[in-house]
Design a protein around this ligand. Structure first.
Ligand code: 2HA
Ligand code: ZN
Length: 270
């Protein structure tokens, strides 16, 4: 067996959580990440038949049966993950139609997966149903996106259109737009189901007055989506109170669609 601390998936996760902390998106224990692993790759580092403990999930997700995930621990501080990965991360294998997570590695000292496990697992199932290449669900609390949810309409079309206008890249990076949930209690199956429903049509879901979820084929992909939205939200907050003299028009966005071979969500451009 190879040393798991050298595994690329673990190294990338450690690098990503430190980077996100440095961005200020993960204060205290804020934020959580889950990464779908290839069991053959995990087998190079662990005996995947050797289970440390069974953890009940409190929900069902039949589609995920047998899949392995690397998941941040509940209460873990992103700033500390790279210094103690075996305490702050865990590898689980989903069993019993999603009702059990079998712990294969990590969560040392009796820990468990993130409180947002339902939103993560239900979102993985939703994304995989429309995109078999999806591997990552990533949640964090970026300042500008959060601030924007206090002063902007939460109508998804309006929210998306405002973001698209804040930077030329936006409609190219997330042409499907952004899902928006009103404020809800976090950590519940209800917010998990609501997030997953939106994830069927968008890789980004904002939780008003809380944060954002991003999905992607790898960590960079999910991070890049959130980074783009966060930048656009920052520009919005810089200019929202000023007289707007110039903008990116819907006609301009049609030109971007053509130039970059993307299709803006149906009905979102006038
Ligand atoms: O894990 O971000 O949404 C802490 C959170 C809860
Ligand atoms: Zn959160």
């Amino acid at each position: 067996m190879k040393d798991i601390l050298t595994a690329p998936f673990l190294r990338e996760m450690m690098r990503m959580t430190s980077n996100m902390y440095a961005h200020g998106w993960d204060e205290r224990n804020g934020g959580n990440i889950s990464l779908l692993l290839d069991e053959d790759e995990v087998s190079e580092y662990l005996d995947t038949q050797c289970v440390i403990k069974d953890i009940p999930t409190g929900f069902e997700a039949e589609e995920l049966e047998g899949k392995c995930f690397l998941v941040t621990a509940t209460g873990s501080y992103f700033k500390n993950i790279e210094y103690d990965p075996a305490k702050n991360l865990g590898i689980v294998k989903i069993a019993d139609k999603g009702k059990t997570a079998k712990l294969l590695w990590g969560y040392r000292n009796g820990g468990s997966f993130t409180s947002e496990f339902p939103a993560h697992m239900m979102s993985h199932a939703a994304r995989l149903s429309v995109d078999p290449a999806n591997r990552v669900i990533l949640h964090c609390h970026p300042d500008n996106i959060l601030a924007m949810t206090y002063v902007h309409s939460l109508d998804e079309r309006e929210f998306t259109r405002t973001l698209w206008r804040m930077e030329t890249e936006c409609v190219v990076v997330f042409p499907e737009g952004i899902g928006v949930l009103p404020w809800m209690v976090c950590g519940t199956n209800e917010i998990g189901q609501a997030t997953a429903e939106k994830m069927k049509t968008s890789r980004l879901v904002v939780w008003a007055q809380h944060g954002i979820y991003g999905a992607g084929k790898d960590l960079d992909d999910a991070f890049g989506l959130i980074e783009t939205v966060e930048k656009a939200a920052g520009i919005y907050l810089k200019i929202a109170h000023l007289p707007i003299l110039n903008t990116i028009t819907d006609e301009d966005m049609r030109l971007l669609e053509k130039r970059f071979g993307v299709k803006a969500r149906e009905g979102y451009l006038d």
